[in-house]
Design a protein around this ligand. Structure first.
Ligand SMILES: NC(=O)c1ccc[n+]([C@@H]2O[C@H](COP(=O)([O-])OP(=O)(O)OC[C@H]3O[C@@H](n4cnc5c(N)ncnc54)[C@H](O)[C@@H]3O)[C@@H](O)[C@H]2O)c1
Length: 331
């Protein structure tokens, strides 16, 4: 179905202005939406405007948008008042991964928005059907799962819960193309959705290899970035098997699958690390040790890389070969 979509007349609400709320807000502003950004905790007000402006400025410098930060910011209102969400056609909740907090936030959002507005959550792993149990109108509720930094990444999962109206999900899927995404529509709810299920299977195996002395953290990381990291911006796992010979995978699966780790326990390595207070580069303590300077430099390097890899990803969209074939045929 074709939808008439004009972001400039579609106000969107973002509730929760932490790491992701700020980058999602920047993405929506660059797409042309008026944005009502709600700060559920006062501390958000101290950093949100600065973070969002930083994303917009860097995006303009990197050529991600032709809009100036000033033009985008004219469309932004940062507030603690949920009532300002009244005209929003869509609200994206980005608060902490905590069911009790999310439920309280939904009550406030639903008291403010109209019945036909869409309500979504950026939850990483809470099943959408469970979140639907916390709202008054579950049919208009969806998962909208972004990847950080949301204003540069092409990833977006639109996830239906048991009670979602699929036609509204298809509409969300259509809108998200205006946000520079290459989205996926998850038609049936499953914990972890698509990518977290794939990624956590890999994390589990990585812990198994390190905890059982097959390789170090450094070796696992190096292997991972130079194998999967080399091709994954171009193709996903199925196209990769097509490219490199399906039959070999069939043979390997028979022997390898029975040996893969399938523990349901959290690995001791991460358990001990978390209990010791490690948070990763955020506090310079993780699987690697960092000086404060190195930790800051990793954050900056990741930010710079995310703009670079986006440029490469845009050169190779999902339909890159179809486009090339059409061009060849036109000549
Ligand atoms: N960080 C990621 O890479 C990532 C990726 C995908 C999805 N998510 C999901 O996005 C959501 C937000 O994650 P984040 O990384 O932006 O977290 P964050 O810690 O940076 O921000 C959390 C925000 O939650 C809000 N908050 C805090 N306490 C609250 C309270 N008591 N009541 C209401 N709101 C409160 C505040 O706005 C705060 O800024 C989570 O559900 C997370 O699982 C995160």
């Amino acid at each position: 179905m074709e939808y008439q979509i004009d972001p400039t007349i579609m106000p969107v609400g973002v509730v929760g202005l932490g790491l992701m709320g700020c980058s999602i807000t920047a993405c929506l502003l660059m797409a042309g939406h008026p944005v009502i950004a709600v700060a559920p905790v006062a501390v958000d007000l101290q950093h949100a405007a600065k973070r969002i402006t930083g994303h917009l400025s860097r995006s303009a410098e990197e050529g991600l948008t032709t809009k100036t930060p000033a033009t985008c910011l004219q469309q932004l209102s940062i507030t603690e008042d949920y009532a300002q969400l009244a005209n929003c056609v869509l609200v994206i909740e980005c608060t902490l991964e905590n069911l009790v907090i999310k439920k309280k936030v939904y009550e406030k959002i639903e008291a403010a928005i109209s019945e036909d507005a869409l309500l979504t959550s950026n939850t990483s792993a809470i099943p959408i059907s469970i979140l639907q149990g916390q709202v008054k109108h579950p049919e208009r509720f969806f998962g909208l799962h972004w990847a950080e930094p949301s204003h540069t990444t092409r990833f977006l999962e639109v996830i239906c819960g048991d009670k979602s109206d699929i036609t509204k999900g298809e509409y969300l899927y259509a809108i998200s193309h205006y946000w520079g995404k290459e989205p996926t529509l998850v038609r049936k709810d499953i914990r972890g959705f698509i990518t977290n299920r794939l990624m956590y299977a890999m994390y589990r195996e990585a812990f198994y290899l390190v905890e059982n002395g097959y390789a170090t953290v450094e070796d696992v990381d190096r292997a991972c970035r130079n194998n999967a990291g080399y091709w994954m911006t171009l193709v996903g796992v199925f196209r990769w098997m097509d490219l490199t010979g399906v039959q070999a995978y069939h043979t390997v699966m028979k022997d390898l699958f029975p040996t893969l780790n399938n523990t349901t326990e959290v690995p001791p390595l991460i358990d001990e690390l978390v209990k010791s207070g490690a948070r990763g580069v955020a506090n310079a303590k993780g699987f690697y040790d960092y000086t404060p300077e190195e930790a800051k430099m990793w954050e900056e390097t990741f930010a710079a890389f995310s703009y670079e890899i986006r440029k490469l990803a845009l050169k190779y969209p999902v339909d890159v070969v179809k486009k090339k074939v059409a061009e060849n045929n036109a000549h």
